[in-house]
Write a protein that binds this ligand. Structure first.
Ligand SMILES: Cc1cc2nc3c(=O)[nH]c(=O)nc-3n(C[C@H](O)[C@H](O)[C@H](O)COP(=O)(O)O)c2cc1C
Length: 279
């Protein structure tokens, strides 16, 4: 459970601003951060970003984030992975084409089943990304409306379906009424990781492995990224496929926003304890 200390909170609002996806934290009338409801997905970004250790998890706090050096020990690599957060705040700065190509190389050199190498990449930037943002928001809003009218099944549990559809409606309103982009967070670049279903029937695992390596490479290059499952869902719409103009043989498995982070996390986060089965 998250604990908010009003004594330690300095009202900076970093946690409020960073709780991008869920809008779960607000400043109260005394300018002290407080959590709103049970929408929390336990990402602990609020704990990681707080400069004053005002937010704790069951009164405990994760260790400090560490800077990494260019030559890694395995412990440093583990810390690098632990410090990597999903980035939902980006600088208004383009990412050079050569840098994107550099990080994609980490995907190209990833293992693939039978070495069939069915993974392809598409990069959306600039005006095309702005158009795609609008189209995706309209698509997700129409999915939400159809779900509410009982016309479609989202193939997820009912609670998640309700939560996502209300988020999609909010994203739509925020963007078209206030110009706030809660889907892609004004990232300068959207990378799509596509599987060629003519090369192999189910390229999903290959695409996911390539995505992980690209994400790590992005982080090692000073970039930030965030997977975007919502866009993968929106890609089910014919209009979006048409807009992108990609051949039908390409299935989309992951999408990630990429850009220079405009946020710094001071701490790592906790994860659930996992049982490891030694057999
Ligand atoms: C498959 C997948 C889909 C995701 N989709 C979204 C998304 O659509 N929007 C978003 O803001 N974050 C998305 N995320 C980010 C998760 O919310 C995030 O990884 C999780 O809360 C843990 O936070 P961390 O990555 O900073 O440790 C996605 C992550 C994964 C792995």
């Amino acid at each position: 459970m998250l604990n908010f200390s009003s004594e330690k909170c300095n009202g900076c609002g970093l946690c409020v601003n960073d709780c991008k996806m869920l809008h779960n934290i607000v400043l109260d009338e005394r300018k002290k951060a407080k959590i709103l409801n049970s929408n929390c997905i336990n990402c602990y970004h609020c704990v990681a970003i707080c400069p004053n250790e005002a937010i704790t998890i069951d009164n405990k706090i994760p260790s400090k984030a560490k800077r990494y050096s260019s030559t890694f020990t395995s412990q440093e690599y583990l810390e690098f992975l632990k410090n990597k957060r999903s980035i939902r705040q980006y600088k208004d700065q383009e990412v050079e084409k050569s840098i994107i190509e550099h990080i994609i190389e980490a995907g190209i050199y990833s293992p693939t089943a039978g070495n069939k190498q069915p993974v392809s990449y598409a990069i959306v930037t600039g005006e095309r990304l702005k158009e795609l943002t609008k189209l995706s928001l309209k698509t997700l809003k129409s999915f939400a409306d159809d779900f509410n009218d009982g016309n479609i099944d989202l193939n997820i549990d009912l609670n998640s379906a309700k939560r996502y559809t209300s988020m999609w409606k909010r994203f739509y309103k925020s963007y078209f009424e206030k110009g706030i982009d809660e889907l892609f967070f004004n990232a300068p670049c959207l990378l799509l990781i596509l599987g060629d279903t003519e090369k192999t029937l189910d390229p999903k695992t290959d695409c996911v492995i390539a995505s992980c390596n690209i994400g790590n490479m992005a982080y090692a290059s000073g970039l930030g990224f965030c997977y975007n499952g919502f866009f993968v869902r929106a890609y089910q719409s014919e209009e979006i496929c048409k807009f992108l103009g990609l051949e039908l043989k390409y299935n989309l498995y992951t999408a990630m926003t990429i850009g220079y982070p405009n946020v710094e996390y001071r701490r790592t986060v906790f994860r659930e304890k996992k049982e490891i089965f030694w057999i």
